[in-house]
Design a protein around this ligand. Structure first.
Ligand SMILES: Cc1cc2nc3c(=O)[nH]c(=O)nc-3n(C[C@H](O)[C@H](O)[C@H](O)COP(=O)(O)O)c2cc1C
Length: 406
């Protein structure tokens, strides 16, 4: 064979793309980004991103839960016009995929919350900013040009939580998610064994690690200090949590939070209200009776109650109990477009990602996040076509025929 024929056989290198863009387009699965993120981060920081609580049983089960379903396609249908576009809480999105709230994002990548929100806006998918974000909601709106959903922890100091909610509304946020799975902080053994301090201390162990990942540390040192920018902006002097350590913030988690608090925040919040983290149809129904608009089913990616049921398994019973006029988002373990299809066939409105978009952000900043969404959307679209459906509505309507539990 001539060299030109060999090139034709294996595909010519794409010209006109920068090296970074070529690497991105050669990253074919979301899990490929995980390896790239691992190579960039110091071990303890990667463990913070990856880890689950206690023995990490829920973390493992979240993945295998998706393997419990088989797809049953309908053959010989015209699927040339397939679209993944969908409407969620009155807004049109490119796909039923969202980016879940993650705390301390600038510990992982200096692109941080603004990088993630910008990528979400460019990809036309929703992004949720965390109470414990390292960028304020106002700065995220200014940087990304789109208001995110806001995730609230109801803190012991209710004044801080109420003020954050008022700021989120003023910044243009339309959806509030109250996380209810954090009465206390989960037992993250990896972080405890690593002695993870947030913000990182510049002690002997840290200095030793700088030699191993110099790029990471140079970017940490040359960028603004990490703190809980959202909380800080609402904390009045003397609350004792303006310093920005993880210990200060987790000491603000409130084990007394109850349904009365949900009723109060329902009366304060003018927009769409969701609960993040309920894991039963009974709790979803109780939420609905208080005027809550939907649930974000989640076991916090296995980072809170270890042994908690994988949320995807609960979707059918929550949908059956709460009816069609109730929003159901689901996360924990979603890694492929086929996982998204399974969640929708079971009755969810959208599937959200935690770690996967952080892998993309760490690997290549906002473009990495965009590529993660692009890969999942392409996988979802292909799965829909091979199943014989052309729209998200059809996928959900025919879900019970298209899916079979093992
Ligand atoms: C590094 C990290 C930080 C997180 N921080 C928060 C948070 O501040 N608030 C919250 O409600 N959930 C938080 N979560 C949970 C995510 O919102 C989401 O429920 C979970 O990551 C989904 O599982 P997955 O990582 O398997 O996709 C965090 C998850 C990770 C991985």
């Amino acid at each position: 064979m001539k060299p030109r024929e060999v090139l034709d056989l294996f595909g010519r290198p794409r010209t006109g793309l920068s090296r970074a863009e070529r690497t991105l387009s050669n990253t074919l699965t979301v899990s490929d980004f995980r390896g790239r993120a691992r190579r960039r981060l110091p071990g303890p920081v990667f463990d913070y991103l990856e880890g689950g609580a206690d023995g990490e049983r829920s973390l493992r089960d979240n993945r295998t839960a998706f393997d419990d379903y088989h797809l049953v396609p309908s053959a010989l249908r015209d699927v040339s016009g397939t679209s993944t576009a969908t409407t969620l809480f009155g807004r049109r999105y490119s796909a039923p995929i969202g980016l879940a709230p993650t705390g301390y994002t600038r510990l992982l990548s200096q692109a941080g919350e603004i990088g993630a929100a910008t990528a979400a806006a460019r990809s036309a998918v929703p992004y949720v900013i965390s109470t414990v974000a390292t960028t304020s909601v106002e700065d995220v709106v200014a940087g990304a040009g789109v208001a995110p959903y806001f995730q609230l922890y109801i803190l012991k100091d209710r004044g801080i939580s109420r003020d954050m909610v008022a700021r989120a509304a003023a910044a243009g946020c339309e959806v509030l998610e109250i996380a209810i799975d954090t009465a206390v902080s989960g037992n993250r053994l990896r972080d405890r064994r690593n002695g993870l301090a947030i913000p990182p201390r510049l002690d002997a162990a840290t200095i030793a690690r700088i030699g191993v990942k110099p790029h990471y540390w140079t970017s940490m040192i040359s960028n603004p200090a990490l703190d809980f920018a959202n909380v800080r902006a609402s904390a009045s002097a003397g609350t004792g949590i303006a310093g920005g350590s993880i210990a200060e913030i987790t000491s603000q988690f409130d084990p007394t939070v109850g349904w009365d608090d949900i009723a109060e925040f329902r009366s304060l919040w003018p927009g769409t209200l969701l609960l993040k983290g309920p894991l039963s149809a009974a709790d979803a129904l109780r939420a609905k009776s208080l005027g809550v608009d939907g649930v974000h089913l989640s076991n916090h990616g296995g980072r809170q109650l270890d042994g908690a049921i994988p949320p995807v398994r609960l979707v059918p019973e929550v949908r059956a109990a709460a009816g069609d006029d109730f929003g159901i988002l689901v996360d924990s373990g979603v890694r492929t477009g086929t996982d998204v299809a399974v969640a929708l066939c079971l009755g969810a409105d959208a599937a959200f990602l935690g770690r996967p978009y952080l892998w993309g952000l760490v690997a290549t900043g906002p473009r990495g996040v965009e590529r993660v969404v692009e890969i999942l959307t392409a996988e979802l679209s292909r799965t829909m076509q091979l199943l014989g459906v052309t729209s998200i509505d059809q996928l959900r309507e025919e879900g019970s025929i298209l899916l079979r539990a093992r």
